[in-house]
Design a protein around this ligand. Structure first.
Ligand code: SAM
Length: 245
C-alpha cells in the first residue's frame, strides 16, 4: 500500500471524466460571480486543476496564474484546446509553499474543496501562504464544503455508468473528515482506485482559522449563486480580505 499522501494520487487526468459537471461552462458562471464580488487584477488559482477557472477569469480580463500538484492534470490542461490561452500561466507546486513573492497578488482563489487536505498545521500554513502573497487589502475566495449539508445528505455508495466507464464511490464520515474510496473501471485499462480524505470545517472554526492567518471574513455565501449561507447550503463560499489597506 502506498505511503504517499492521498492528495498526491487522487487527482489524475481522469478527473475530467469523473467530475464532468465541473466544466468550463460552470466555471464561467462561478468566475463571473467572483469578479462581481471584487476579484480583480493579478489572481492566483490555487489548486487550479485543469484550468477551467483560469480560462474563465482570463476571458474576463484578469491577469491569471495557476498552481497545482497534479502533473497529470497540468498535462491535461496543456493538451486541452479550451485551456490553450492559459497553458503558459501554470506551475506545478505544493499549495502550502506558493512560489510567489510577498504582497504581489490582488487575489487568490481556492475553489471546489481544494482546502482541508493537510492537517491542522498544513491547512494553517496554506492560509498563511495566501496571506503572504496578497497585497494588503487583497482578496481571497475560499470555497469549501458545508459540513451540515454533507452530514445530512451523505450517500454511502453510488455507482455511475458513463461513456462505457463505471465509477463506484463509497463515502463515510470519520469525525470531521469526509472519506471517499473511489474505483474507476474502464474497458481495456486496469481499474484505478484512490481515496479522498478531506477535513470539513464548521463555519466558526473556519472563521477562527482564517482570522489567525490575518484575514477578515467579509462575506459567506451558500454557493456561487450568491444565496445567503444557511445550515442547508451546499457550500461555504467565503470572501476574505487581507489585513491592511
Ligand atoms: C477538488 S480538485 C479542484 C480543482 C479545481 N479547483 C476545480 O475547481 O476544478 C483539487 C485540486 O487540488 C490539487 N491539489 C491537491 N493537493 C495539492 C497540493 N498539495 N498542492 C497543489 N495542488 C494540490 C489537485 O491536484 C486538484 O487539482
Amino acid at each position: 500500500m502506498s505511503t504517499a499522501p492521498w492528495w498526491s494520487e487522487a487527482f489524475g487526468a481522469d478527473y475530467v471524466d469523473v467530475y464532468p459537471q465541473r466544466d468550463l461552462a460552470s466555471a464561467r458562471a462561478e468566475a463571473a460571480f467572483l469578479v462581481e464580488q471584487g476579484l480583480h487584477g493579478r489572481v492566483l488559482d490555487l489548486c487550479c486543476g485543469w484550468g477551467r477557472h483560469l480560462v474563465a477569469l482570463a476571458d474576463l480580463g484578469l491577469d491569471v496564474a495557476g498552481l497545482d500538484w497534479s502533473a497529470e492534470l497540468l498535462a491535461r490542461l496543456r493538451s486541452m484546446p479550451e485551456a490553450a490561452p492559459v497553458a503558459d500561466r501554470v506551475v506545478r507546486g505544493d499549495a502550502r509553499r506558493v512560489p510567489f513573492r510577498d504582497a504581489t497578488l490582488d487575489g487568490v482563489v481556492s475553489l471546489f474543496s481544494s482546502f482541508g487536505y493537510f492537517g491542522d498545521e498544513g491547512d494553517q500554513e496554506l492560509l498563511h501562504g495566501i496571506a503572504r502573497i496578497l497585497v494588503p487589502g487583497g482578496l481571497a475566495f475560499l470555497d469549501v464544503m458545508n459540513p451540515a449539508f454533507v452530514r445530512a445528505g451523505l450517500v454511502l455508495e453510488s455507482r455511475t455508468e458513463r461513456g462505457g466507464a463505471l465509477l463506484v464511490e463509497r463515502r463515510s464520515l470519520a469525525g470531521t473528515f469526509v472519506r471517499k474510496e473511489v474505483e474507476l473501471q474502464r474497458a481495456g485499462v486496469p481499474a484505478r482506485t484512490w481515496r479522498e480524505d478531506v477535513r470539513m470545517y464548521e463555519p466558526a472554526e473556519l472563521d477562527d482559522r482564517v482570522r489567525g492567518a490575518g484575514f477578515q471574513v467579509e462575506a459567506r455565501w451558500g454557493g456561487f449563486d450568491g444565496s445567503p449561507f444557511t445550515p442547508a447550503s451546499p457550500r461555504q463560499l467565503l470572501r476574505l480580505r487581507r489585513a491592511g489597506s
